[in-house]
Design a protein around this ligand. Structure first.
Ligand code: ZN
Length: 411
């Protein structure tokens, strides 16, 4: 995607003082005079910023404003090591709210809506982002947070929630409970706003059908404000992203070179207006592509594709790169197979084996045929031979957070 004049000007504004303000970038860009950068090509030669660098700046090394200007911090999960702390100024919080409100408007919400928020509150950006956006819109925010399905369902019915905000796996869990208990008629849900996790078409159709709602994919990450930096529109053909606040690139994750629009690679984001912790060429590790051309909805905002997975989730087995989206697609194309699955990679008797567990409603007697069908679809679409194992619908674990679907047990 070409960097617009507006974006180049914002980058130049940021670079005029970045190294004075940010100790992190003073060190990272040592020996580079960023104030001289004038073209996209020069910009694209700058080193990337990666999550590991941000961890190294713990706790507040990313802060690029005086202490008195910081009004809040958020932190991305520290389950795999030192957390990353992102400081926000008053303007950062407002800008994020403006982007989030824009997401809700893109999904057709207005001040009459009642927004049922199940993502978690706390150090991370999830719940509070949905909350602030809803308040800016003038809608009624219902700050549930995750868990306690019983209470979720009764509040949803009693308060007449019109919009459900959730991860795809939690939306699936709630939609299954609503169907199982025959509660659909008691609900007033019209829309679902579903967080960034990759989910197949089949799962989407099931949630939409069970809840009787239209679904929208919302995108974001803690390092770059949080959720709400883009959302799909009524046409469900990608995610519109807010390029007046952010600059988006897609690169080849191996070489770091930009790929042409339309080609899949890793999404890289630069903040254009962020004060508390500006980021330059931040590698998201999300796999997507820039969708060329105009959207039929008429929005001028560019689109990226639904996130196909994480570059870190890409696993190499028997010489083939695999990632979750490929299994979503293969199962989606197989009548009788449901959307939930798990892939187990093991090393047995000197060779790698891949077992694909998938859910089905088919009776036990009909499963051998279905398993053969799934095996041949995976073989033809991914080029990998798997051991297919059909299990009862509901048998595979659901989670309130993101669901891991590929388990590599080889090492
Ligand atoms: Zn659109």
């Amino acid at each position: 995607m070409r960097m617009s004049d507006y974006q180049m000007q914002r980058v130049r504004d940021m670079f005029s003082s970045l190294k004075d303000k940010s100790p992190f970038y003073r060190e990272k860009f040592e020996g580079i005079d960023v104030s001289k950068i004038e073209t996209q090509e020069e910009f694209e030669r700058l080193p990337f910023t990666d999550k590991g660098d941000l961890r190294g700046a713990y706790p507040l090394g990313l802060q690029a404003v005086p202490d008195r200007d910081v009004v809040r911090i958020h932190s991305s999960s520290g389950t795999t090591g030192t957390p990353v702390i992102i400081p926000y100024t008053k303007k950062d919080v407002e800008d994020w709210g403006t982007m989030f409100e824009r997401c809700y408007r893109m999904a057709g919400l207005n001040s009459d809506d009642r927004v049922h928020i199940t993502p978690g509150y706390g150090l991370w950006t999830a719940g509070i982002g949905f909350q602030h956006g809803a308040e800016k819109l003038g809608a009624m925010a219902i700050p549930m947070g995750p868990g306690n399905t019983e209470k979720q369902l009764s509040m949803m019915a009693d308060l007449g929630s019109t919009v459900l905000c959730a991860t795809s796996s939690y939306a699936l869990l709630l939609s299954e409970e609503i169907r199982r208990r025959g509660l659909k008629d008691k609900m007033r849900l019209k829309k679902g706003i579903i967080g960034s996790e990759r989910w197949g078409d089949k799962m989407r159709r099931r949630i939409a059908g069970d809840l009787g709602v239209e679904l929208y994919d919302i995108y974001g990450l803690t390092e770059i404000y949080g959720p709400g930096i883009g959302i799909s529109c009524d046409y469900s053909n990608g995610i519109h992203v807010w390029d007046d606040y952010l600059y988006f690139e897609v690169i080849d994750p191996k070489t770091g070179e930009p790929v042409p629009d339309g080609q899949t690679g890793e999404l890289v984001i630069t903040t254009l207006l962020k004060e508390g912790a500006p980021l330059v060429r931040y590698r998201t590790h999300d796999i997507t592509r820039i969708i060329p051309g105009e959207c039929p909805c008429g929005s001028r905002f560019p689109r990226i594709d639904i996130i196909a997975g994480r570059t870190d989730d890409m696993v190499k087995v028997k010489g083939v790169n695999i990632f979750p989206a490929q299994f979503d697609e293969a199962l989606s194309a197989t009548p009788g197979a449901e959307s939930e699955y798990q892939v187990m990679i093991d090393h047995l008797e000197g060779k790698d084996t891949v077992t694909l567990f998938f859910e089905t409603l088919a009776p036990k007697g009909e499963r051998a045929e279905l398993e053969r069908e799934v095996m041949s679809r995976v073989k033809s679409s991914i080029g990998l031979t798997v051991i297919p194992k059909a299990v009862d619908a509901g048998d595979l674990p659901r989670s309130e957070k993101k669901t891991n679907r590929i388990f590599d047990n080889r090492y």
